[in-house]
Design a protein around this ligand. Structure first.
Ligand code: PEP
Ligand code: MG
Length: 329
C-alpha cells in the first residue's frame, strides 16, 4: 500500500539477508514532482540528454546544456549523477541540420549514439565541455555514460577527446570538483561479449536492457507487430547479462542496469542474483522495486539465477520467476 511504500523510503537498500544494492533513479527535470523530490536514492543513474536536441535544427548551446545539468546535479548533491551523452538516432529521431546527414532505412542499425557524436565531433566536444563546466560548480560526483558503444575504438576515441576537453578547460582555470568517471552503456551484443577488452579503459558499466534485448532477439523495440517476441526471459538474454556481470566482477568494475528491466519487480530478483550491483529505476517504480529488494534474500536470487541459466526456454524461466515471492508477506 501507499503508506507502506512511504515508510520504506527511510529504510536501507538491503535484501533480507543483508546484501546492499545501490538504487538510483532515471531522472530528468521533466520528471520533477513532489513525489520524485521526496525519494531517498543513491543517486541519478541515468540522465537521458537527447530531449535537449530533439525537434530543432540547431544543437543546444553549452549554456543551454549547463542549465539542464546543473539543477539536476544539485538535486543529488554529493551523490553520483550519471549524464549520458546524447543518444541521437534510432528511436530518438532528430531534425538537426548537420553536414550530409540524411534519412536512414534502418535507423536502429545506423548512425546512432556515439557513432553519431563521433561523426559530428563538435557536438561531442560541446557536450563534454558543458559537463566539465557543470562539474566545476557542483558537489555531485558527475559521471559520463557513452551510449550505443559497439567497438573498443569508439571508447578510445571518446576518451581521447574527453582528455583534450579536460586539458583545454584546465587552461581556462576550469576544474571538476570531483574526478569525472567514464563508463559505457552495454546495449549492443558485440561489446557485451568483448567487454573484458574494454573494461581496463573505463570506470563502470550500465546495461541498457531496452536496446540489448532488441539487438539480441532481433526485435524492434517500438514495433507492435513483434512486441510479443520482445522477450526479456529469453535464455540468450539471461546468458549475455550473466556474461557482462561476470566480466565486470573479474575486473572489479561496477555494473548497473538502467533499462526498463530494473523497474520490473518480476525480473529484479534475477538481476540481483546474477550479481548486478546497482539498479536505476523510473521514479514511479522506485519504492516498489525497493520494497521488492527488501523482501527477498540474495541467497534465493542467486539460486534462481543459477537455475535460470540452465533453462532452455523462456516460458520455464518466467514460470520460475513467478515462484519468487516476497518473504515478508
Ligand atoms: C536502454 O537501452 O535500456 C536504455 C536505458 O536507454 P534508452 O532506453 O534511452 O535507449
Ligand atoms: Mg538504449
Amino acid at each position: 500500500s501507499e503508506t507502506l511504500l512511504k515508510t520504506i523510503n527511510d529504510l536501507p537498500f538491503i535484501t533480507t539477508d543483508g546484501k546492499r544494492v545501490q538504487m538510483m533513479i532515471n531522472y530528468d527535470p521533466r520528471m520533477d514532482s513532489k513525489e520524485t523530490r521526496k525519494l531517498k536514492t543513491d543517486g541519478l543513474g541515468l540522465l537521458r540528454t537527447e530531449f535537449l536536441y530533439l525537434g530543432r535544427e540547431i544543437p543546444p548551446s553549452e549554456e543551454e546544456q549547463i542549465e539542464l545539468y546543473t539543477p539536476a546535479a544539485k538535486k543529488f548533491d554529493m551523490r553520483p549523477v550519471n549524464i549520458r551523452l546524447a543518444d541521437l538516432g534510432g528511436d530518438k529521431v532528430h531534425s538537426l541540420k548537420l553536414g550530409d546527414y540524411s534519412e536512414e532505412l534502418n535507423p536502429f542499425m545506423g548512425c546512432r549514439g556515439i557513432r553519431f557524436l563521433l561523426k559530428y565531433p563538435e557536438l561531442l566536444t560541446s557536450q563534454l565541455r558543458a559537463i566539465v563546466k557543470t562539474s566545476a560548480q557542483v558537489n555531485a560526483q558527475i559521471k559520463i555514460i557513452i551510449p550505443m558503444v559497439s567497438r573498443l575504438e569508439e571508447v578510445l576515441e571518446t576518451k581521447g577527446i574527453f582528455e583534450q576537453v579536460l586539458q583545454e578547460c584546465s587552461l581556462q582555470g576550469i576544474y571538476p570538483k570531483n574526478k569525472i568517471d567514464l563508463g559505457i552503456m552495454v546495449e549492443v551484443p558485440s561489446i557485451a561479449l568483448a567487454l573484458d577488452f574494454v573494461l581496463p579503459h573505463i570506470d563502470f558499466v550500465s546495461i541498457g536492457t531496452n536496446d540489448l534485448i532488441q539487438y539480441m532477439v532481433a526485435v524492434d523495440r517500438v514495433n507492435e507487430e513483434v512486441a510479443d517476441l520482445y522477450d526479456p526471459y529469453h535464455p540468450g538474454v539471461i546468458r549475455i547479462i550473466n556474461d557482462i556481470v561476470q566480466s565486470c566482477q573479474q575486473k572489479h568494475k561496477s555494473v548497473s542496469v538502467c533499462g526498463e528491466l530494473a523497474s520490473d519487480p518480476a525480473i529484479v530478483p534475477l538481476l540481483i542474483g546474477l550479481g548486478v550491483d546497482t539498479l536505476s529505476t523510473t521514479p514511479r517504480m522506485f519504492l516498489r522495486i525497493k520494497n521488492r529488494l527488501r523482501t527477498i534474500s540474495y541467497d534465493t536470487c542467486a539460486n534462481f539465477a543459477q537455475a535460470a541459466l540452465l533453462m532452455g526456454s523462456s516460458e520455464e524461466i518466467k514460470k520460475l520467476s513467478l515462484t519468487i515471492v516476497d518473504e515478508n508477506s
